[in-house]
Design a protein around this ligand. Structure first.
Ligand code: PA5
Length: 453
């Protein structure tokens, strides 16, 4: 089976939605040489090692260590894997877990989970949620993966301190190494408060390469250690990354899905007022890929200054939606409200399972059109219905189709969106790899808590 994900931009073109809202042949032709030129810049910087995310899937030694460490910990028979992390340290794992583990995974028994632990992704400091997690996941039966690239993030550090206290009291300090794994900055690349913690207790430590930022780190140990602990198909993901890397290494945007998407988003934002990017998968499994995408797009492109230091206030607002659910919530606005959005509608050619709508309630003749059909067919019809309805309202749409949801295809999708973001950063002429806007709030919170501003 052809596992390549497909992309169709015909509904984002002027021929489908009019020149006021869609990209024209001239605009496509004009942006193409710029994309190719920026490709040379990005490819050069990749070769210099400026951006590590492109090549994470090639880090064979690291990935072998990830798998071997997970195998060792799995022998410990933990009931729970708890991820402590926030932003890019959590969203990738959540996206992968939702896509690749069975729905309601934590409610399945150990056998149905394939012997793997339940998973809890703690990316907030809500005291009610955290207390409850600590109750549900008894330290003795739990492995905690503390993930913080900087090793300083207040939320993650607070979580780690609560967990450390619980382990020390309930299992003993000597057991910390059996219950905590840290993922953070490499030792030679700057400080992390997780280094002294790892030293004190002799913890297993994974490094996030210095040239990989949080939101680009899903294929580093940040996402891959939890994936291995949960029995996900890491090799399938790596193959998916390699397949998409090959497609995304083409300088010509017509052959490069990431570049084509970046160019469309950029042109339609800056020329046609499409200041919002709606990411709407028609599959529950991809709902958290949408969350992951929103962080990637927002934090990478939302910048006050461009690379030349001029104030630009760049960025397109990402929005998460889910089909068919949000047809009954957001589509009204999307069709009849302001025409300021570019839509990415994601569909799945073949769901892993099928469900037939039974031949019941014969007296309800109005239900004849769904009786004995499958939910799969209804989902496909709803998807097509939204595609066509958006076209009627002259709303531009890019269609992305996954042949099925598996490790290979989901990795392709994430990899493509990362390359797209890197190219979009270049088109907007902003640094897609920093997040200065996040710092101010952190500083204020720190000083309110009595720390140095
Ligand atoms: O993408 C990013 O860089 C951020 O979202 C970070 O992942 C987030 O702020 C957490 O940072 P850290 O991993 O340093 O704790």
């Amino acid at each position: 089976m052809d596992l390549n994900i497909r992309m169709d931009i015909s509904r984002a073109k002027s021929s489908a939605v009019g020149a006021e809202h869609g990209i024209t042949p001239t605009e496509l032709k004009d942006i193409a040489p710029r994309v190719t030129e920026l490709h040379q810049t990005l490819a050069g910087e990749r070769a210099e090692g400026k951006y590590g995310f492109y090549d994470l899937y090639k880090q064979t030694g690291v990935l072998e260590d990830v798998k071997a460490t997970a195998a060792q910990f799995l022998e410990g028979g933990y009931d729970n894997l708890v991820i402590l992390g926030i932003g890019g340290s959590a969203l990738g794992t959540r996206a992968l877990a939702t896509a690749l583990l069975p729905p309601y995974y934590n409610m399945l028994n150990t056998r149905a989970r394939g012997g793997y632990p339940k998973v809890f992704i703690m990316d907030n400091i809500d005291p009610i949620t955290f207390r409850q997690m600590m109750k549900v996941c008894q330290p003795k039966k739990t492995l905690y993966n503390v993930i913080s690239k900087s090793g300083k993030t207040a939320e993650t550090m607070a979580q780690m301190m609560v967990v450390t206290d619980a382990i020390e009291k309930k299992v003993g300090p000597e057991a910390m190494k059996d219950h905590v794994v840290v993922t953070t900055n490499p030792r030679d690349a700057g400080e992390s408060l997780l280094h002294p913690v790892a030293d004190k207790y002799g913890l297993k430590e994974f490094a996030v390469p210095a040239n990989v930022g949080g939101r680009f780190s899903v294929f580093s140990p940040v996402g891959m250690f939890p994936a291995a602990m949960l029995g996900m198909d890491i090799d399938g993901m790596l193959e998916g990354c390699a397949a998409m890397d090959e497609r995304c290494s083409k300088p010509d945007m017509e052959e490069n899905p990431a570049y084509l998407r970046a160019a469309l988003h950029y042109v339609l934002d800056t020329e046609k007022g499409k200041t919002m990017s709606v990411f709407m998968p028609y599959a529950d499994g991809l709902s958290h890929v949408a969350d992951w995408y929103c962080q990637l797009w927002a934090e990478s492109l939302g910048k006050q200054y461009d690379l030349g230091g001029d104030e630009v206030n760049a960025g397109q607002t990402p929005i998460k939606a889910l089909g068919a659910t949000d047809q009954h919530s957001q589509i009204q606005l999307y069709r009849e409200g302001p025409n300021n959005k570019l839509f990415s509608l994601i569909d799945v050619r073949k769901f892993a399972k099928s469900l037939r709508i039974p031949d019941v309630l014969p007296e309800l003749t109005d239900l004849g059109y769904i009786r004995s059909k499958t939910m799969n067919k209804l989902m496909a019809a709803e998807f097509k219905g939204t595609m066509d309805a958006l076209k009627t309202s002259q709303r531009p749409v890019i269609r992305v189709q996954l042949p099925q949801i598996n490790a290979h295809t989901v990795a392709q999708l994430l990899y493509m969106l990362q390359v797209e973001t890197a190219m979009a950063g270049r088109l907007y002429n902003v640094n897609a790899f920093d997040q200065p806007g996040v710092e101010e709030g952190k500083k204020i919170a720190r000083s309110i808590m009595g720390g140095d501003a």
